[in-house]
Design a protein around this ligand. Structure first.
Ligand code: GDP
Length: 299
């Protein structure tokens, strides 16, 4: 919680600073509301949410003077309202042995690290996990996943660099059945530079998995880097179309995060946010809690 607050302190300092300067000894009028709306949009919350918050603020308060604390309280409440429906735990269908989790996202957003942390959580809960090194383009990604495999006692299915990722995913599925795994987590490449190739590859992975198990992948998890701001919204649009993303993880909320974008993403996509990453360590993956996040943003 502390790290989330520290990570979001840039957003919240900016917000509370601006709120403080807008709402000093001024009565709530059109101009203050417009200034406040601009601040919320600059904080990446999105137009829809910004309008809702300013509407809510002006209700019964128009023409009165309002304190910064009152405004921050309303901001926190409204952000929590948007986030609460998406703050749901990741549920695994363990009858589908293995439950397949495909992890997608732009390179550097924390896919491999999140997979490692998630494998640690699941193995600690007594589940058997197999990892698939599906980013067959980067030697470093494969090596990193192997290290996470050792750390968590999970078998890692990998091949030489340049191998066909879909073929590898298919083999990993078979291997997960052979070794009696409950969960198979598949890493993927995230080269946005070549969108056509990326799309073709992700679609092929999904298609090939579905030959083995029509419902696979059961979870398609996208990682988003909290320091990238507006970019994250576009990334969700792209990967949702390409890979059928049905859940999100926001990473690097311990850094100089710009967490407001998660509010815009929640308002627009309504995808579950299963976890947040708050560091590089094995334990730095936490369930997403709407209230904590909202309070950390509002400052
Ligand atoms: P990938 O390319 O999407 O697989 O991303 P990686 O998992 O390799 O992560 C990229 C970098 O971000 C690495 O240096 C990770 O240690 C770091 N990283 C990932 N998640 C977090 C997080 O929650 N907090 C911080 N501070 N760093 C993270």
């Amino acid at each position: 919680l502390l790290r989330l607050r520290e990570g979001l302190s840039r957003s919240s300092n900016q917000l509370s600073g601006s709120i403080g300067s807008i709402f000093t000894a001024r009565k709530l009028d059109e101009e203050t509301l417009q200034d406040f709306e601009d601040v919320l949009i600059r904080a990446d919350l999105g137009l829809e949410t910004a309008l809702r918050i300013t509407d809510r603020l002006s209700e019964g308060r128009f023409g009165r003077s309002v304190s910064g604390a009152e405004v921050r309280g309303i901001l926190a409440q409204e952000v929590e309202k948007t986030l609460a429906p998406v703050a749901v735990p990741l549920e695994l269908d363990l009858e589908k042995k293995p439950h397949v989790i495909l992890v997608v996202g732009v390179n550097g957003t924390g896919k491999t690290t999140t997979i490692g942390k998630l494998a640690a959580k699941l193995t600690r809960a007594g589940l058997k996990v197999t990892l698939c090194a599906g980013d067959t383009f980067r030697a470093a990604a494969v090596e990193q996943l192997k290290i996470w495999g050792e750390r968590t006692g999970s078998e890692v299915v990998a091949k030489a660099i340049g191998a066909d990722a879909a073929g590898l995913a298919y083999e990993a599925y078979d291997r997960a059945i052979e070794n009696d795994s409950d969960v198979l987590i598949i890493d993927t490449a995230g080269r946005l530079q070549n969108k056509t190739e990326l799309m073709a590859e992700l679609e092929k992975i999904v298609r090939v998995l579905q030959k083995r198990e029509p419902d696979a992948p059961h979870t398609v998890l996208q990682t988003l880097d909290a320091t990238t701001g507006q970019n994250a919204l576009q990334q969700v649009e792209i990967f949702r179309n390409v890979a059928g993303v049905n859940g999100l993880v926001m990473t690097k909320l311990d850094g100089t995060a710009r967490g407001g974008i998660l509010v815009a993403i929640a308002a627009k996509h309504r995808l579950p946010v299963y976890f947040v990453g708050v560091g590089e360590g094995i334990d730095d993956l936490e369930p997403f809690r709407a209230k904590d996040f909202a309070e950390a943003i509002a400052g």
